[in-house]
Design a protein. Structure first.
Length: 107
């Protein structure tokens, strides 16, 4: 019976750590740039775009397609950085746990 109680305590501890990690990941801010900094996108740890900055020199009627491509590229750059930061936090939390390769946290 003592083993079950100890295991339940560890499960609750892990659950609290997971909740804390998810909150920390949600608070991550990553900035992606494209076009040498002409377009900047900021996303959070959930890959939601929070802000978009565009250099005024890009506001030319003929350059709309270029601008659209730069926005997509900056957003992708920011999302990749946010995912890398989230993966790092997850690795810190799960260090030493027997988690199968390829298993993604948080769920």
């Amino acid at each position: 019976m003592r083993d079950i109680m100890g295991m339940m305590g560890k499960v609750k501890e892990m659950q609290a750590k997971m909740e804390k990690m998810q909150a920390e990941i949600a608070d991550i801010r990553a900035e992606g740039k494209a076009g040498g900094g002409l377009v900047t996108v900021t996303v959070n740890g959930k890959s939601q775009m929070l802000s978009l900055k565009i250099d005024p020199s890009l506001f030319k009627e003929d350059d709309v397609e270029i601008l659209e491509d730069l926005i997509v590229a900056a957003n992708k750059d920011a999302q990749e950085k946010a995912e890398a930061l989230a993966a790092e936090k997850t690795r810190e939390l799960t260090a030493g746990l027997p988690i199968p390769p390829g298993f993604k946290l948080p769920f």
